[in-house]
Design a protein around this ligand. Sequence first.
Ligand SMILES: [Zn+2]
Length: 413
Amino acid sequence: MKVFAINPLQFNKTKLRSNFENNQYDYSQNRLSVLNCRQQDTVSFNGKIPSLVTPTMEDLINKTKAVDVLRSNILRLAKYKIPCPCCGHIMLDIDKFNKFEDKVLQTTNPKELLALIDGLKQYLHPVESRIFTMMKRLSNEHPDMTLHEMLRGKLKKSEKKLIFEQSKTLVSLGLMSRKLPEDKGKAVKLLISETYNRLFDQRETSRFSRKIFITKLEDILKDSDNDKLKSEFIGCAAKLPTAYNNPDAFIVKYAKRNYKGANPDQKIALRMLSNSLATTEHIKPRKKGGDNSPENLALECACCNNKRNHDSLLEQILQNPGMILNYKNYMKRLSELHQQKILEKSYITRTNKTYNEGSNGLLNAEEVMKELSIPKQKQRKNEKSGITPTLEERRAARKEKLKNKKLHSGKNS
Ligand SMILES: [Zn+2]
């Protein structure tokens, strides 16, 4: 049994999410809790990740703390630049984010805030990256303009563009409501017309929440026995743009946000990178019976973790078809860390099994697992030649050798 000297770690749960709570409704109780830890760098692991699957003496003594330590150790992997298994973007590790946050909270100067974001530019997701480019351009033209003013300046134009996008989905939902029984069809049409009233309302206090809209829609359809139609409806409503995937939705959301006395620029700067933060994800959601064992805990960026909520892996893949390829890259990176003796093999094979089973085989990293199953000595040999011969290639090589042998013996006689 391995025993590691672990310094007391300070855990700070769901800190980021409470900073960016939903305007109209607090969904935090519906979300998986994401653990962020601020840890001292004096932990004596020589830069390596301790065993994630073998319990330590401390783990056995204190089971609650053991889960926190396990999650903290998984989070630590993120410092080795791991792509998110869902969206494929490189995840930002919590230590880097904490340092960034400390610096952000020390300044309100927009130019300095932009310089801080620039330092972590490689981690920005596509929407945030576009917003950042726009802010840098505006900052050159108007050096004194705050980040919030930049978003406010774009608000009217973005709001119009966003309403056009939202309308497409609302029209589709309206047409689909014709397939529903009369009472439900009426309720959906009423929800759509209320939503239009809200979208066209120019008052500052009028805000549309995609999440509330989808919850209301789910409520209307909840006792419908037509599951196929229900999932068609929700699938269609999920196409409503969000600040995660649409720059106009980002601008409208954070230009109109009530920052409740906090400095808007600092909050916006933090929001630019909070999406990219590495979090621990239950591969099989807790609500669906998943536990806190190492084989059920993986890394995922905060954005994908938030979006997933309690969805099964199959539902997540349906929303993110790119996940099939991104997952392979995630496993490949973990396997590289194993080769560098940073991460143990069994953590990789066990989580792969959970992903595989939960996705009916859609998420698989067969090639990576094959590579992992080759004994180390053989791997080293193959590394020397630079290629890994397959079974067929080895057979062919043996045949060739035998043939040459026969030829030579024939010549000699
Ligand atoms: Zn992601």
